[in-house]
Design a binder for this molecule. Sequence first.
Ligand SMILES: O=C(O)[C@H](O)[C@H](O)COP(=O)(O)O
Length: 461
Amino acid sequence: MSRSKCTRLSGALVEQLLDSVDSVLFDCDGVIWRGDQAITGASEVINLLKEHGKKVFFVTNNSTKTRKMYADKMSSLGFNVTADEVFGTAYCCAVFLKTVCRLEGKVYLMGSNAMKQELEAVGVQQVGVGPDHVSGQQIDWANVPLDPEVKAVVVGFDEHFSYMKLNRAMQYLVQKDCLFVGTNRDTRLPLEGGKAVPGTGCLLQAVETAAQRQAQTVGKPNHFMFDCLAAQFGVERERCLMVGDRLDTDILLGSNCGLKTLLTLTGVSTVAEAEAHRDSGSAERQGMGTIQKKDAARFICTKTSFQGGGFDSSSYLPKAFWIGLSAILLLVVVALGLAGHLALAGSGSKGLICYKPVDQDSCFLQTMVRSDYEHVGSLVNASGHKLCGNKMQRRTEFLGVLAASQVNVSSLEEPLQTLCQDRSVHWTRRTDGKQRLVYFCIDICFPSNICVSVCFYYLPE
Ligand SMILES: O=C(O)[C@H](O)[C@H](O)COP(=O)(O)O
């Protein structure tokens, strides 16, 4: 079943699909229920899948319930479910702040009591839940007292959302080192009888607009929720099926994580939308992003426009090299986890170097110059030799990178789009005098004994 095809699921295809998976991930709103009403047949299907030995999980962007609250609601509607099978953004956001952001300090929370409980369960204190009544004059609002221990603003679904809260969040986010995290960007919440209410995305966008900053999001289509599930249950992504009603969250998550995907017509997205994406000719819309990697590599080779700069592209490395390198480097970046690292990738007409510091929510881009290509060329030729063991050669602490003009993330291609998802991206600002003083290299060997050296740059303050 090729990824870019939209096939109506029926007959033998159902069996073929179910035989090809061990785990089925279900979205909730618009798939198993709308509001408090279960969708007809949903509990039977899920209980049957379990009886036939399939693992079943629930991956929902809805941040209004804890895992336990979800399991209770599901049991009350006839679903045979346990709390650890549920991955909601209230829970995953708490895990994200604790394990990825390593947050030290409190959260200013625009969200539900459920988010408060999940944060407390991982030892993160928060302020802000509940109504925030209007008091004082505008100037008092601009000088609203802030809790000095607050180190992050987190936005989820909040029925008490108000101007006072928007203002308080903005005042916290003026501080550059205050983290900004959102649960999800869904614009609508589908309810009973085809009704809907504004989604969390509307609230998050309001805060982003006021703060003039972009939040990192935890929910679908970001891969973090699947990472949480895979870390806890060790599922094989090739044998996972993601079932959802939204193309831009559920199906895109499936695509982003290399899962099989199934769109149900019980919620937000329609067949017409799916077919429009399929026939759009735009890689992003077709696989909603998953086929881009391949395209990006090809793009690099055909669009080498260095001739303009007086360089002859033919002296550069063959196409296979770029395909191989982009893939290896993406692997390396992922393998080294969420730390300040560098990615080399072709995008648009020139090769780019991207630096992604872990303690900042930005990426910094630098166009590759001749010496970079020559350096990487020599590295790759060198890494052809078998290196034994994992040898850390040199190590230097990064001092910092200066940001120049902002880059529109959507103009970037893979792997930079994935690497800098939900971060602001800037060109690096060069200072006068010395440039690129130090390279430090790590030799990394994979179980297949393929070794590659990755070099990091030091850009002076
Ligand atoms: O507003 C929201 O947050 C979303 O509409 C809602 O929560 C989506 O939940 P899901 O479809 O992922 O279960």
